[in-house]
Design a protein. Structure first.
Length: 190
């Protein structure tokens, strides 16, 4: 029967404790980092007609121990189009543009401009067209403009990362200090 020296056993236990401390601190730091990043991204996300896009930005952590990965993302299919923009080409779908026209101040201003132009053409005669017909025309005009010119991306993810980079680096740098402090202080895993 072989014997393991006590010194080797204490080093092994010490390394196990270090691994546990490191795993806790890395996960805690990653949670903080992801929340800072999510907050920066949400603050740069266009509200649109519903605000749904900004509410859809979430964080997730996968993995175990110190081998963890953090993600900030939106599962909405149009998030990438808002981030990167849209090239000229086919017009966008009718319904999202109609929702935008009805739900945003800019959309309502376009509808009002369409109505005013129509009324001026009639030389101040009363119009029998409904508000919905002006909205439909506004939706048509917005879709046509997007098809012709495309849209610029909001770059909320890229700009959010750029704006928070310094803070993220500082948070990450503090991890090693906390790990060393807990390990040297004899503190175990929580």
């Amino acid at each position: 029967m072989s014997r393991v020296p006590a010194e080797s056993m204490s080093r092994g236990l010490s390394l196990e404790r270090l691994e546990g401390i490191a795993a806790e601190e890395v996960r805690a730091a990653l949670e903080q980092i992801l929340e800072v990043l999510r907050s920066e991204i949400v603050s740069r996300t266009p509200v649109g007609a519903t605000g749904e896009l900004s509410r859809s930005v979430v964080t997730a952590i996968t993995g175990n121990g110190v081998d963890v990965t953090g993600v900030v993302q939106s599962a909405l299919p149009y998030a990438a189009v808002v981030e990167e923009g849209r090239a000229p080409g086919d017009p966008p779908p009718w319904e999202p543009v109609a929702l935008w026209v009805r739900g945003t101040r800019a959309g309502r201003e376009i509808t009002l401009a369409v109505r005013e132009r129509y009324v001026r053409r009639l030389r101040r005669q009363r119009t029998r067209r409904s508000r919905e017909s002006f909205e439909r025309q506004a939706v048509f005009l917005v879709r046509r403009k997007i098809a012709r010119r495309g849209t610029r991306g909001a770059r909320m993810f890229a700009e959010g990362l750029r704006a928070s980079e310094g803070k993220l680096v500082r948070l990450w740098d503090m991890v090693a200090q906390r790990i060393a402090s807990r390990w040297q202080g004899g503190e175990g895993c929580r």
